[in-house]
Design a protein around this ligand. Structure first.
Ligand SMILES: *Cc1c(COP(=O)(O)O)cnc(C)c1O
Length: 361
């Protein structure tokens, strides 16, 4: 069994974290004169504060987000010590690089085409990128993964369902990576709520080297709040908490998140509506002469191979519809990534594609 703590950067094992006023004293008192806050109050009125479900915005937030993590633990049925919260999963990705990789020395393995932030975070942290490309139909390729492992990457990033391709990765191969590769395995499940494949969360305890990323930005509709989750063994979560900015999630966001997490049924309704619209888009766009292939999607978007991705992108833009041109991305020639919109938005897109069809003769 791998001990992930042995993979932590040498200098961080000895790090003395910043000790904030709120972490040194976390009990109850009646007078707080320890944090140089504004004791008189804040410029958010009491009524406004109440409408966010909270208050006391003159005070620093809970650095360990205990209430939110407790609610997530309940929802996801995992121990609270296995939950880390970041300002978006993008913060968690960056912190994982800082925790496990020595700049200028280490490498990580990614499986292109995949989410762009892994490479950006690697570049920012001066960490080398190794690539194990997906096959032409976007499946993991064990042969190229094995070749990558030979260079001893510190982490491997698997995105399932994958962005920009939309498909879930083969769970047998993900399992095999977890069993055979002796480093940190990050499985990014940003789109798991839209996917029939199961999350790896129930298997967290089985693999101490597994880190699962999820987010409130997609199914929960809270991209503007910036709340990302990393689920990992308690030791790894503890280190992530030591190296994060102490107050990475504001009180306002913690309050709003708590009230949103009460509305699980509403989230399920949104997911069902998105999936039903995704099926309609697949059906309607499938009829277009401009569309060569619609790749099977387990997410809230579709990747389409078209006759000319960039030209269609520009024409749609002229009609006020912005999609993502992915035609320069590895294995995604002529392809567009289209997020499922509201019924009216999707109808506008379908209509615009019909008009373009006449133009492309
Ligand atoms: C959208 C997305 C995220 C979410 O990032 P946040 O910072 O939580 O908004 C993470 N991973 C992938 C693959 C994504 O597509």
């Amino acid at each position: 069994m791998i001990d992930p703590l042995e993979l932590i950067r040498e200098n961080l094992r000895a790090l003395k974290p910043y000790s904030s006023a709120r972490s040194e004293f976390s009990g109850q008192a009646s007078i707080y004169l320890d944090a140089n806050e504004n004791s008189f109050g804040s410029l958010i009125s009491a009524e406004q504060a109440a409408s966010f479900g909270g208050g006391n915005y003159n005070r620093y937030p809970d650095p360990l987000h205990k209430k939110v993590r407790t609610r997530i633990a309940e929802l996801k049925r995992v121990p609270v010590e296995t939950i880390f919260l970041g300002s978006g999963s993008d913060e968690a990705i960056d912190l994982l690089f800082r925790l496990f990789c020595v700049p200028g020395r280490d490498a990580v393995l990614i499986t292109p085409p995949t989410y762009g932030m892994y490479e950006v975070s690697a570049d920012i942290n001066d960490v080398r990128i190794l690539r194990a490309p997906l096959t032409a139909n976007f499946r993991l390729d064990w042969g190229s993964l094995e070749k990558g492992f030979l260079e001893s990457p510190r982490m491997v990033f698997l995105c399932s369902p994958n962005n920009p391709t939309g498909n879930a990765l083969d769970s047998t191969l993900v399992d095999r990576v977890l069993r055979e590769y002796p480093g940190i395995v990050v499985v990014d499940e940003a789109y798991i709520d839209f996917c029939p494949e199961k999350s790896l969360l129930p298997r967290l305890a089985e693999f101490p080297n597994l880190v699962i990323l999820q987010t409130l930005s997609k199914a929960w509709g809270l991209a503007g709040l910036r709340v990302g989750m990393a689920f990992a063994s308690p030791g790894v979560v503890d280190y992530l908490n030591r190296i994060k900015p102490p107050y990475n999630i504001s009180s306002l966001v913690q309050d709003a998140t708590l009230s949103a997490l009460e509305r699980v049924d509403e989230k399920e309704r949104l997911v069902a509506a998105i999936l039903s619209e995704r099926r309609r888009l697949e059906r309607e766009l499938g009829k277009s002469r401009l569309v060569e292939t619609i790749y099977p999607s387990d997410a809230n978007f579709l990747l389409l191979r078209t006759v000319d991705g960039t030209r269609i992108y520009k024409r749609l833009l002229e009609r006020g519809i912005v999609v993502r041109d992915r035609s320069k991305v590895f294995l995604c020639d002529r392809s567009l990534r289209i997020t499922v919109g509201t019924p009216a938005e999707n109808t506008a897109l379908i209509d615009a594609m019909r008009v373009l069809e006449r133009e492309f003769t």
